[in-house]
Design a protein around this ligand. Structure first.
Ligand SMILES: [Zn+2]
Length: 77
């Protein structure tokens, strides 16, 4: 059985190197922050008169973060 040059695991047809927890954590953080930024961007687009409350912004950021986290989970299974 050949071994993988990167992780030294058995190199089967469907071999995928184990992902390092630090990289996974970084990805989740990036996806969550990206989602939060999109939420913030969307609420500021709809709130051109600056009438949105802090609570509304917080909800948009929170929902965006959850969506970013969810998308990451879907892509990674
Ligand atoms: Zn490998």
């Amino acid at each position: 059985m050949a071994t993988c040059p990167r992780c030294k695991g058995h190199l089967t047809e469907s071999h995928v190197c184990p992902r390092r927890p630090l990289i996974v954590a970084t990805e989740i953080t990036a996806a969550t922050v990206a989602g939060a930024l999109v939420g913030l961007l969307l609420v500021s687009l709809f709130d051109q008169h600056g009438q949105g409350t802090d609570g509304e912004y917080a909800i948009a950021i929170g929902v965006g973060a959850l969506i970013g986290f969810g998308i990451h989970r879907m892509m990674r299974g």
